[in-house]
Design a protein around this ligand. Structure first.
Ligand code: WQD
Length: 342
């Protein structure tokens, strides 16, 4: 029987893509999700891609009793990839207590079940922990800076919880993946990003504007100290990002990890500006975008992109897909959703 890997938040954007890659790598993915920010229809979509509906359990990981009972009933789960968390930067400023409670209680309930037995645990972290790095590209050794939002703070504190837990208990084998900016969709266009309401992130807003669901795109500032004045980010294809999670599990199974708590940057190592993304989308899809320059957005860092040397050397992982494939796949998904609304 293939190793069972629990994917919390597995009906979400990155989680569903990771379920696909786990299957392709010979694992048996098991999903737990409370569907608070995703659709159960994703299970049907996954069936179309991998040929079967993954095992799915709907409950909230903040429910200690349910979480403990589930994990006790599934001793054959050898790894956990933990995506389930609230993740909207702006919303976290309005609802800090909801973010701290949800993101910490769910994490602690999962960890608490493994005080006495081994577990390989991959945590979904974020480059947001770096704030505006002093040196670019940013390496994992860069200092963590005071988070700009409660969301960013939940990632920073979660990393501390994981580090402290691993340091006193060798049952835990933990990898934290610091994502840069996940974009794009699976080549089948059957799964992708499903933002609820008005997208806060750039690429889903672009695709919704292009399909006529939203008005003009606003570029939040073109007076930054960058190549064209707009902010720079490290955009990474969600399929490449999903594969990094499989590589992290494989690294821990190999026993090669130098430490039982490791942190890796998961990006492309390249920076792309907002205006370059807009032009790349137009070039890749042939669609003309309607955009305007607006004021800066509160809390935005000017530029951040990752040094991914450590991930390549230790995880044996590297991003393969470029901006053109990110834009094309995001657009194909947007068109699919228009014709097949969830
Ligand atoms: C990218 C750039 C905006 C929208 C956040 C989180 C990060 C992760 C990804 C969860 C910025 C500009 C955006 C628009 C714009 N979240 N922009 N017009 O802020 O880099 O990262 O989302 O995992 O943790 O911090 O991503 O896509 O919101 O913005 O000009 O309508 O696009 O100013 O420069 P961000 P983003």
């Amino acid at each position: 029987m293939a190793n069972k890997i629990l994917v919390t938040g597995g009906t979400g954007f990155i989680g569903s893509h990771t379920v696909v890659e786990l299957h392709h790598a010979g694992y048996t993915p098991v999903i737990v999700d409370n569907l608070s920010n995703s659709s159960i229809k994703i299970l049907d979509q996954l069936e179309k891609i991998i040929g079967y509906k993954p095992e799915f359990h709907e409950f909230d990981l903040c429910d200690e009793a349910k979480t403990k009972a589930f994990l006790a009933e599934n001793p054959d789960i050898t790894g956990i990839i933990h995506f389930a968390a609230y993740k909207a930067v702006g919303e976290s400023v309005q609802k800090p207590l909801d973010y701290y409670k949800n993101n910490f209680v769910s994490l602690i309930n999962l960890l608490d079940a493994y005080r006495d037995k081994a577990i390989n645990f991959v945590f979904s972290s974020s480059c947001t922990v770096y704030g505006q790095p002093d040196v670019l590209p940013v390496t994992e050794a860069a200092p963590v800076k005071k988070a700009e939002s409660p969301y960013g703070n939940t990632k920073q504190v979660a990393e501390e919880i994981l580090k402290d837990t691993a340091s006193v208990n060798k049952n835990y084998n933990i990898v934290a993946l610091r994502y840069f900016n996940p974009v794009g969709a699976h080549e089948s266009a059957l799964i992708g990003e499903l933002p609820i309401g008005v997208p806060q992130n750039l690429v889903p807003f672009i695709t919704q504007s292009a399909i006529g669901k939203r008005g003009k795109i606003t570029v939040f500032g073109n007076d930054y100290n960058t190549v064209d004045g707009s902010c720079i980010r490290d955009y990474i294809h969600v399929v490449d990002l999903a594969k990094a999670h499989v590589a992290a599990i494989q690294r821990m199974e190999s026993g090669k990890s130098a430490d039982n708590y490791e942190v890796y940057n998961i990006g492309t190592g390249k920076g792309t500006s907002v205006l370059e993304i807009i032009h790349a989308f137009e070039k890749s899809t042939g669609e003309k975008l309607d955009y305007q320059i607006g004021p800066r957005r509160e809390g935005d860092v000017e530029q951040v992109y990752g040094d991914v040397t450590k991930s390549t050397q230790e995880l044996g992982w590297k991003a393969d897909l470029g901006i053109e494939e990110m834009m094309k796949s995001a657009w194909e998904w947007e068109k699919y959703i228009k014709n097949n609304p969830f």
